[in-house]
Ligand binder design. Sequence first.
Ligand code: NAI
Length: 331
Amino acid sequence: MTQAVNVTITGGAGQIGYALAFRIAHGDVFGPEVPVNLHLLEIPAGVRAAEGVAMELDDSAFPLLNSVHVHDNARSAFDGTNMVAFVGARPRSKGMERADLLEANGGIFGPQGTALGEHAAPDVRALVIGNPANTNAAILAAHAPDIPAGRITAMTRLDHNRAVAMLAKKTGAPAAAITRMSIWGNHSPTQYPDLFHALIDGVPATEKIDDHEWVAQEFVPRVAQRGTEIIQARGASSAASAASATIDHLHDWVHGTPKGDWTSVAMPSDGSYGVPEGLMCSFPMRSINGEWEIVQGLEISDFSQGYIDISVEELKQELKIVEELGFTPGL
Ligand code: NAI
């Protein structure tokens, strides 16, 4: 029997955690051969609810679920962990300024980064979902300097999937026919969904939709604002689709992106495309042998570059704030 992997979900009793835990326990990340020990980390007020989730996981009798554990401290939750989905974060409350939000989350991701660096397994892979995801991941990485840079990522896969879905709707093609979509920048309204390299059944998307107005006025803003659209309709933020995107990101990390395709991941820049080195920025990304690699050599038009610059500038500003608050050492 293959050795079990340890997977930790922070915020395991929240909406995304609730949808995510069952997919991981079902084997959707590692596949049907690999048993999973699931660890749910919660703040003390969430522990009872996490115990309820653990009871439901038991009751599902998943063949691959080796064990479920509930934790109220990061050190035990990360002890020997191979993979962590950082979902738990401090949400923005009414009247809260961006700096206050960054400070509150720095207070979470700083200590969790230290605990991760000290207790996780050497092969740990971390994905930050909790917002502001890119900067939370930068804080996490700054506190776990021994974890290789590419092993701590932030999620833009939901934005990627939304962009694929929107292009599919526009053209009538199935989502599976769309490849090479890209999300650049921050997981925020400044993100830039880029369809200029996307293919539909192997044909450039731009040949199928010769409608620049739709791209600029509908596609780009609507992908970026899709989260708000969901909240208005559902009365709650995206949860199942966020969990599904988390599974997609982790699955592709472990198994590789399909041949000829790529996805979108926020990871520390290596200086590609003029993005300052170290900035936790979303790029088109391939997963090869378990590592993410930035797709190189794409031609970026002035139209695209304008958007990318705005989002990169926002990331720099967020990082400047958390540097001033003492959470990161700077680039
Ligand atoms: P939620 O409020 O339902 O759940 C969050 C859970 O995290 C709660 O159970 C809370 O008790 C727990 N938590 C808070 N601080 C914690 C800490 N320090 N340690 C461990 N657990 C902690 O929220 P939901 O809907 O599950 O969303 C979680 C986060 O994901 C939010 O920040 C949200 O903005 C973000 N998000 C990100 C997306 C992305 O594409 N990157 C998409 C959708 C949501």
